[in-house]
Design a protein around this ligand. Structure first.
Ligand code: ADP
Ligand code: MG
Ligand code: MG
Length: 254
Protein backbone atom coordinates (compact mmCIF):
# COMPACT_ATOMS: atom_id res chain seq x y z
CA UNK A 1 0.00 0.00 0.00
CA UNK A 2 1.50 3.30 -1.09
CA UNK A 3 1.60 5.91 1.65
CA UNK A 4 2.14 9.64 1.25
CA UNK A 5 3.36 11.16 4.49
CA UNK A 6 3.55 14.87 5.07
CA UNK A 7 5.29 15.81 8.27
CA UNK A 8 5.56 19.29 9.83
CA UNK A 9 5.64 20.94 6.40
CA UNK A 10 6.52 24.64 6.33
CA UNK A 11 6.35 26.50 3.02
CA UNK A 12 7.09 30.09 2.10
CA UNK A 13 6.19 32.00 -1.02
CA UNK A 14 8.34 34.74 -2.50
CA UNK A 15 6.56 38.09 -2.47
CA UNK A 16 7.66 41.66 -3.30
CA UNK A 17 8.28 42.16 0.41
CA UNK A 18 10.37 39.02 0.76
CA UNK A 19 9.41 35.48 1.70
CA UNK A 20 6.11 34.93 3.45
CA UNK A 21 5.32 31.76 5.37
CA UNK A 22 2.06 30.21 4.20
CA UNK A 23 2.18 26.61 5.43
CA UNK A 24 2.91 26.37 9.12
CA UNK A 25 3.40 22.76 10.02
CA UNK A 26 1.15 20.46 7.96
CA UNK A 27 0.88 16.86 9.14
CA UNK A 28 -1.04 14.42 6.96
CA UNK A 29 -0.87 10.78 5.92
CA UNK A 30 -2.74 9.54 2.84
CA UNK A 31 -2.78 5.83 1.99
CA UNK A 32 -3.65 4.21 -1.32
CA UNK A 33 -7.38 3.43 -1.28
CA UNK A 34 -8.32 6.28 1.08
CA UNK A 35 -10.17 9.49 0.21
CA UNK A 36 -9.28 12.56 2.23
CA UNK A 37 -11.05 15.90 1.92
CA UNK A 38 -9.16 19.03 2.88
CA UNK A 39 -11.56 21.87 3.48
CA UNK A 40 -10.96 25.39 4.57
CA UNK A 41 -11.60 29.08 4.12
CA UNK A 42 -10.17 31.04 1.20
CA UNK A 43 -6.56 32.02 1.72
CA UNK A 44 -5.86 29.32 4.30
CA UNK A 45 -3.13 27.78 2.14
CA UNK A 46 -4.91 24.81 0.54
CA UNK A 47 -3.64 25.51 -2.99
CA UNK A 48 -0.20 26.25 -1.59
CA UNK A 49 -0.16 22.72 -0.18
CA UNK A 50 -1.10 21.30 -3.59
CA UNK A 51 1.51 23.43 -5.41
CA UNK A 52 4.17 22.47 -2.89
CA UNK A 53 3.46 18.78 -3.42
CA UNK A 54 3.62 19.46 -7.17
CA UNK A 55 7.07 20.97 -6.83
CA UNK A 56 6.05 24.42 -8.11
CA UNK A 57 9.20 26.60 -8.17
CA UNK A 58 7.48 29.57 -6.54
CA UNK A 59 6.96 27.70 -3.28
CA UNK A 60 9.93 27.02 -1.03
CA UNK A 61 9.83 24.25 1.54
CA UNK A 62 11.64 25.69 4.54
CA UNK A 63 11.26 22.65 6.79
CA UNK A 64 9.43 19.37 7.14
CA UNK A 65 9.27 16.24 5.01
CA UNK A 66 7.10 14.65 2.33
CA UNK A 67 7.67 10.98 1.58
CA UNK A 68 6.05 8.35 -0.62
CA UNK A 69 6.74 4.92 0.83
CA UNK A 70 9.71 6.44 2.59
CA UNK A 71 11.13 8.04 -0.58
CA UNK A 72 11.84 11.76 -0.35
CA UNK A 73 9.27 13.39 -2.64
CA UNK A 74 10.71 16.87 -2.11
CA UNK A 75 14.01 15.75 -3.65
CA UNK A 76 12.23 14.55 -6.81
CA UNK A 77 11.76 16.60 -9.97
CA UNK A 78 8.21 17.17 -11.16
CA UNK A 79 8.59 14.28 -13.64
CA UNK A 80 10.00 11.96 -11.02
CA UNK A 81 7.04 12.70 -8.77
CA UNK A 82 4.68 11.69 -11.58
CA UNK A 83 6.64 8.49 -12.24
CA UNK A 84 6.56 7.67 -8.54
CA UNK A 85 2.76 7.80 -8.79
CA UNK A 86 1.91 11.20 -7.37
CA UNK A 87 -0.65 12.85 -9.62
CA UNK A 88 -1.30 16.54 -9.33
CA UNK A 89 -4.27 17.76 -11.24
CA UNK A 90 -2.92 21.24 -11.75
CA UNK A 91 0.45 20.09 -12.95
CA UNK A 92 -0.42 21.16 -16.48
CA UNK A 93 -2.90 23.97 -16.09
CA UNK A 94 -1.52 25.83 -19.05
CA UNK A 95 -2.24 25.53 -22.73
CA UNK A 96 0.05 23.16 -24.59
CA UNK A 97 0.07 24.57 -28.11
CA UNK A 98 -0.11 22.00 -30.87
CA UNK A 99 -0.41 19.02 -28.51
CA UNK A 100 -3.69 17.16 -28.71
CA UNK A 101 -5.36 15.61 -25.67
CA UNK A 102 -4.80 12.20 -27.22
CA UNK A 103 -1.03 12.74 -27.75
CA UNK A 104 -0.65 14.36 -24.36
CA UNK A 105 -2.25 11.40 -22.59
CA UNK A 106 -0.11 8.87 -24.46
CA UNK A 107 3.09 10.83 -23.76
CA UNK A 108 2.15 11.07 -20.07
CA UNK A 109 1.32 7.37 -19.90
CA UNK A 110 4.64 6.53 -21.59
CA UNK A 111 6.56 8.68 -19.11
CA UNK A 112 4.81 7.15 -16.12
CA UNK A 113 4.77 3.51 -17.23
CA UNK A 114 8.32 3.64 -18.59
CA UNK A 115 7.23 2.31 -22.00
CA UNK A 116 4.75 3.37 -24.63
CA UNK A 117 1.37 1.67 -24.18
CA UNK A 118 0.51 -0.68 -27.04
CA UNK A 119 -1.46 1.37 -29.51
CA UNK A 120 -4.37 -1.02 -29.93
CA UNK A 121 -5.07 -1.47 -26.21
CA UNK A 122 -4.35 2.19 -25.55
CA UNK A 123 -6.96 3.36 -28.03
CA UNK A 124 -9.47 1.08 -26.32
CA UNK A 125 -8.51 2.36 -22.88
CA UNK A 126 -8.91 5.97 -23.93
CA UNK A 127 -12.21 5.30 -25.69
CA UNK A 128 -13.59 3.50 -22.63
CA UNK A 129 -12.51 6.19 -20.20
CA UNK A 130 -13.96 8.92 -22.41
CA UNK A 131 -17.26 7.08 -22.68
CA UNK A 132 -17.48 6.69 -18.90
CA UNK A 133 -16.95 10.43 -18.56
CA UNK A 134 -19.44 11.28 -21.33
CA UNK A 135 -16.69 13.03 -23.28
CA UNK A 136 -17.27 13.61 -26.98
CA UNK A 137 -14.69 11.63 -29.05
CA UNK A 138 -13.73 14.88 -30.85
CA UNK A 139 -12.32 16.14 -27.55
CA UNK A 140 -9.30 13.85 -27.98
CA UNK A 141 -8.16 15.84 -31.00
CA UNK A 142 -8.35 19.24 -29.35
CA UNK A 143 -5.22 20.95 -28.07
CA UNK A 144 -4.64 20.63 -24.34
CA UNK A 145 -6.43 23.35 -22.39
CA UNK A 146 -6.86 25.52 -25.49
CA UNK A 147 -10.17 27.25 -24.96
CA UNK A 148 -11.28 24.59 -22.48
CA UNK A 149 -14.23 25.57 -20.33
CA UNK A 150 -14.04 24.97 -16.57
CA UNK A 151 -16.03 21.78 -17.05
CA UNK A 152 -13.79 20.55 -19.88
CA UNK A 153 -10.67 21.16 -17.78
CA UNK A 154 -12.19 19.05 -15.02
CA UNK A 155 -13.13 16.29 -17.46
CA UNK A 156 -9.58 16.31 -18.80
CA UNK A 157 -8.29 16.11 -15.23
CA UNK A 158 -10.44 13.10 -14.41
CA UNK A 159 -9.58 11.49 -17.77
CA UNK A 160 -5.90 11.72 -16.80
CA UNK A 161 -6.70 10.31 -13.38
CA UNK A 162 -8.46 7.27 -14.87
CA UNK A 163 -5.86 6.59 -17.55
CA UNK A 164 -2.65 7.33 -15.68
CA UNK A 165 -3.79 5.46 -12.54
CA UNK A 166 -1.62 7.25 -9.99
CA UNK A 167 -1.10 5.93 -6.49
CA UNK A 168 -1.82 9.28 -4.88
CA UNK A 169 -4.05 11.88 -6.58
CA UNK A 170 -4.23 15.48 -5.44
CA UNK A 171 -7.21 17.38 -6.80
CA UNK A 172 -7.58 21.06 -6.06
CA UNK A 173 -11.10 22.21 -6.76
CA UNK A 174 -9.92 25.75 -7.40
CA UNK A 175 -12.77 26.39 -9.80
CA UNK A 176 -15.63 27.48 -7.59
CA UNK A 177 -17.64 28.01 -10.78
CA UNK A 178 -18.05 24.29 -11.47
CA UNK A 179 -21.57 23.63 -12.70
CA UNK A 180 -23.60 20.67 -11.48
CA UNK A 181 -22.68 18.68 -14.58
CA UNK A 182 -18.92 19.12 -14.05
CA UNK A 183 -19.36 18.41 -10.35
CA UNK A 184 -21.05 15.12 -11.20
CA UNK A 185 -18.29 14.14 -13.64
CA UNK A 186 -15.57 14.91 -11.12
CA UNK A 187 -17.41 13.07 -8.37
CA UNK A 188 -18.12 9.97 -10.44
CA UNK A 189 -14.51 9.81 -11.59
CA UNK A 190 -13.15 10.21 -8.07
CA UNK A 191 -15.58 7.60 -6.74
CA UNK A 192 -14.63 5.18 -9.52
CA UNK A 193 -10.91 5.40 -8.80
CA UNK A 194 -11.60 5.26 -5.06
CA UNK A 195 -13.60 2.05 -5.51
CA UNK A 196 -10.65 0.51 -7.36
CA UNK A 197 -8.80 0.73 -4.05
CA UNK A 198 -5.63 1.58 -5.96
CA UNK A 199 -5.62 5.34 -5.58
CA UNK A 200 -5.32 7.52 -2.51
CA UNK A 201 -7.12 10.80 -3.08
CA UNK A 202 -6.56 14.18 -1.53
CA UNK A 203 -9.54 16.30 -2.51
CA UNK A 204 -9.02 19.97 -1.73
CA UNK A 205 -12.13 22.08 -1.66
CA UNK A 206 -13.67 25.20 -0.20
CA UNK A 207 -17.26 24.11 -0.69
CA UNK A 208 -19.02 21.28 1.09
CA UNK A 209 -21.34 20.63 -1.87
CA UNK A 210 -19.00 18.18 -3.63
CA UNK A 211 -19.18 16.02 -0.51
CA UNK A 212 -22.80 15.29 -1.31
CA UNK A 213 -21.43 13.17 -4.17
CA UNK A 214 -18.13 11.98 -2.72
CA UNK A 215 -17.98 10.36 0.70
CA UNK A 216 -14.46 10.87 2.04
CA UNK A 217 -13.05 8.54 4.67
CA UNK A 218 -11.36 11.47 6.39
CA UNK A 219 -12.16 15.18 6.52
CA UNK A 220 -9.58 17.76 7.57
CA UNK A 221 -10.19 21.42 8.29
CA UNK A 222 -7.40 23.61 6.98
CA UNK A 223 -6.88 27.01 8.63
CA UNK A 224 -3.96 29.40 8.92
CA UNK A 225 -1.60 27.14 7.02
CA UNK A 226 -2.16 23.93 8.93
CA UNK A 227 -4.72 21.25 9.71
CA UNK A 228 -6.85 22.55 12.56
CA UNK A 229 -9.11 19.53 12.99
CA UNK A 230 -9.53 16.06 11.53
CA UNK A 231 -12.50 13.73 11.61
CA UNK A 232 -14.81 11.56 9.56
CA UNK A 233 -17.54 12.56 7.10
CA UNK A 234 -19.57 14.03 9.97
CA UNK A 235 -17.05 16.88 10.15
CA UNK A 236 -18.14 17.97 6.65
CA UNK A 237 -21.74 18.12 7.85
CA UNK A 238 -20.68 20.27 10.76
CA UNK A 239 -18.83 22.61 8.36
CA UNK A 240 -21.86 22.82 6.11
CA UNK A 241 -23.95 23.96 9.06
CA UNK A 242 -21.48 26.12 10.93
CA UNK A 243 -18.98 27.30 8.31
CA UNK A 244 -15.33 28.01 9.01
CA UNK A 245 -15.81 30.86 11.48
CA UNK A 246 -14.58 28.90 14.48
CA UNK A 247 -11.31 28.14 12.69
CA UNK A 248 -10.26 31.46 11.20
CA UNK A 249 -7.78 33.80 12.85
CA UNK A 250 -8.94 34.84 16.28
CA UNK A 251 -11.38 31.92 16.37
CA UNK A 252 -11.44 29.44 19.22
CA UNK A 253 -9.26 26.79 17.60
CA UNK A 254 -7.07 29.04 15.42
P1 ADP B 1 -6.44 28.74 -0.57
O1 ADP B 1 -6.18 27.82 -1.70
O2 ADP B 1 -6.75 28.05 0.71
O3 ADP B 1 -7.49 29.76 -0.90
P2 ADP B 1 -3.79 29.78 -1.14
O4 ADP B 1 -2.85 28.69 -0.90
O5 ADP B 1 -4.17 30.07 -2.55
O6 ADP B 1 -5.10 29.56 -0.25
O7 ADP B 1 -3.21 31.13 -0.51
C1 ADP B 1 -2.81 31.22 0.85
C2 ADP B 1 -2.20 32.57 1.11
O8 ADP B 1 -0.96 32.64 0.44
C3 ADP B 1 -3.03 33.73 0.61
O9 ADP B 1 -2.93 34.78 1.55
C4 ADP B 1 -2.37 34.10 -0.69
O10 ADP B 1 -2.52 35.46 -0.98
C5 ADP B 1 -0.93 33.74 -0.43
N1 ADP B 1 -0.23 33.34 -1.63
C6 ADP B 1 -0.38 32.14 -2.27
N2 ADP B 1 0.38 32.08 -3.38
C7 ADP B 1 1.01 33.28 -3.45
C8 ADP B 1 1.95 33.85 -4.35
N3 ADP B 1 2.38 33.17 -5.43
N4 ADP B 1 2.39 35.12 -4.10
C9 ADP B 1 1.95 35.80 -3.03
N5 ADP B 1 1.09 35.31 -2.13
C10 ADP B 1 0.62 34.08 -2.33
MG1 MG C 1 2.49 12.39 9.89
MG1 MG D 1 -7.10 27.52 -3.48
Amino acid sequence: MATLEIHDLHVSVETENGPREILRGVDLTVKQGETHAIMGPNGSGKSTLAYSLAGHPKYTVTSGTVTLDGEDVLAMTVDERARAGVFLAMQYPVEVPGVSVSNFLRTSATAIRGEAPKLRTWVKEVKGAMERLSIDPAFAERNVNEGFSGGEKKRHEILQLELLKPRIAILDETDSGLDVDALRVVSEGVNRVAESGEVGTLLITHYTRILRYIKPDHVHVFANGRIAESGGPELADKLENEGYEAYVKGGATA
